[in-house]
Design a protein around this ligand. Structure first.
Ligand code: 4AD
Length: 477
């Protein structure tokens, strides 16, 4: 007999059929009711054991966390809480789990405790739900782009360049760190390294994606990116996944349209395809809110918040307008912001972004036309000579979820900006080449995948939406 999944059986209405399932015991009540889960759905299937027909020592091994196989008959449930159940005819222990030491007990565990047990936390309802939503969102992203004529590019993970120019890179080397070869200038001689040059893990696939957009028109990358920024926040990881579309002939406004349409599509897809998981996560947040003081509670339930994003246009606001709003805002005047906004040119901190989204506009916001000084070298310079065609999409509870721009397609201006930013032309000669041969207006953006998963699942900490988080001082598992 072939094994069925719990998800499939729970949808079945063919009673009296013989079935076989395998999964992990969640609970075993009254020596009679096994709640079994195989991860195919958040819901458990109830398996009813007639204990007189089974050996007592066998039943003792049906403990929380044990892997078991059950054969039986699918019947209409006699009890409340489920429509169907399995009358067990055969029970086999596949893998024991000692209840004295198994960390995941059928009770509420703190998220901190579960982070320390990240190899087991996916066996809880919360993490299994989050990871199924994550998987569904990943599929929706590939589907959106494929359905809209984009090609997927696998950009390299090891690179010699710093796409963002922020110097937050992890070095990749095979040199003996205890015996580093030095040149006459006293600096490390990377010619002796594996690649014959200094290399690092990529911070973004954008620059390589741009070269592909100049041939395939519409492309995207979706891969891991690495940043050695020492930010211990609930929104930063040292290793995270980024989706980066890049489109030839798109200007900044087209870029905004794409970002908005894309984000709405993937959220809607998750809402339609993760109904049980999102309903569970919503309830989880409602419970969590009860333990918080009134002013810290969410104004909207999870599904209302997701619907709100789908139903409203993202507000498009220039950086200059935003600075005026922030300068005149109550928290700025009353010095409630940690970083007071005094003048045009200030970099926005997450407290400012959240004020704009959560208090002022009360909807997702796209900020655009930032000062050139606070943005990366590749963004297109505006005619005013001081702002660039940058855009950030800001979300409630998250802050920046997307960063993107129209790219500087003019060779001379790009070259001058690279020089001004001390970017070695010899490193990025190939990038400059795209502006030499058939250059064209083009735009793209990067969506932080984990920040999207955070938004859709309502999880407060980014460490809880990636299987094994990498953060400063932490690379366990
Ligand atoms: O704004 P960023 O740095 O943009 C780029 O890397 C561009 N090259 C993208 C492009 O235009 N193709 O990063 C893009 C997004 C941010 O908006 C944020 O959502 C996410 O990546 N992000 C992080 N997510 C988690 N942890 C970090 N340390 C992150 N840094 C950026």
């Amino acid at each position: 007999m072939k094994r069925s999944s719990v998800a499939k059986l729970l949808k079945s209405d063919t009673f009296q059929q013989d079935v076989k399932i395998k999964g992990w015991v969640r609970t075993f009540r009254s020596n009679r009711f096994i709640a079994l889960n195989d991860g195919s759905t958040i819901n458990n299937i109830q398996c009813v054991v007639d204990f007189e027909n089974f050996d007592e020592t066998l039943l003792k091994r049906v403990t929380t966390g044990a892997a078991i196989q059950i054969k039986g008959t699918l019947v209409e449930s006699q009890g409340k809480g489920q429509n169907i159940e399995i009358q067990v005819t055969d029970l086999k222990i596949l893998g024991d789990s000692d209840p004295e030491i198994y960390p995941i007990q059928p009770k509420q565990h703190s998220l901190e405790f579960l982070r320390e047990n990240a190899h087991l936390r996916v066996r809880t309802n919360t993490f299994a739900a989050v990871m199924r939503v994550r998987s569904t969102l990943s599929y929706a992203i590939h589907k959106y782009f494929t359905d809209n004529g984009f090609y997927n590019v696998h950009t390299p993970i090891i690179t010699g360049s710093d796409a963002e120019g922020a110097g937050e890179m992890f070095t990749v080397t095979t040199l003996d760190l205890n015996k580093l070869p030095k040149g006459e200038d006293g600096k490390i001689n990377f010619k002796e390294d594996f690649f014959g040059k200094n290399t690092n893990l990529t911070v973004s696939g954008q620059l390589e994606a741009e070269t592909f957009a100049m041939a395939l028109s519409k492309v995207y990358t979706f891969g891991p990116t690495f940043r050695a920024e020492n930010s211990n926040t609930s929104r930063h990881l040292a290793e995270f996944w980024m989706i980066e579309p890049e489109v030839a002939f798109n200007d900044l406004m087209d870029n905004m349209d794409l970002a908005e349409d894309f984000i709405k599509y993937v959220i809607k897809y998750a809402m339609e395809n993760c109904v049980d998981d999102l309903a569970f996560l919503e309830q989880r947040l409602i419970q969590e809110d009860k333990s918080k003081p009134q002013q810290q509670r969410s104004e909207m339930n999870l599904l209302d918040k997701l619907n709100f994003v789908l139903e409203n246009n993202f507000k498009r606001v220039s950086y200059t307008e935003a600075i005026d709003i922030l300068k005149n805002s109550t928290p700025n005047k009353k010095k409630k912001f940690q970083y007071i906004i005094n003048e045009w040119g200030a970099d926005l901190q997450s407290e400012h972004e959240r004020f704009l989204v959560e208090q002022h506009f009360k909807c997702p916001v796209i900020l655009f036309d930032y000062p050139a000084k606070i943005k990366a070298f590749y963004m297109r310079l505006n005619d005013d000579g001081k702002t660039v065609r940058a855009m950030d999409v800001l979300f409630p509870g998250i802050g920046e979820i997307v960063g993107g721009s129209q790219r500087e397609e003019r060779y001379d201006i790009l070259k001058a900006k690279m020089e001004a930013n001390h970017i070695d032309e010899n490193e990025l000669w190939w990038y400059l080449d795209t502006r030499k041969f058939g250059t064209a207006v083009h735009s793209g953006f990067g969506l932080g995948f984990e920040r999207l998963v955070q938004f859709v699942t309502g999880m407060g900490n980014i460490r809880d939406v990636i299987p094994f988080p990498r953060t400063p001082q932490n690379a366990e598992f």
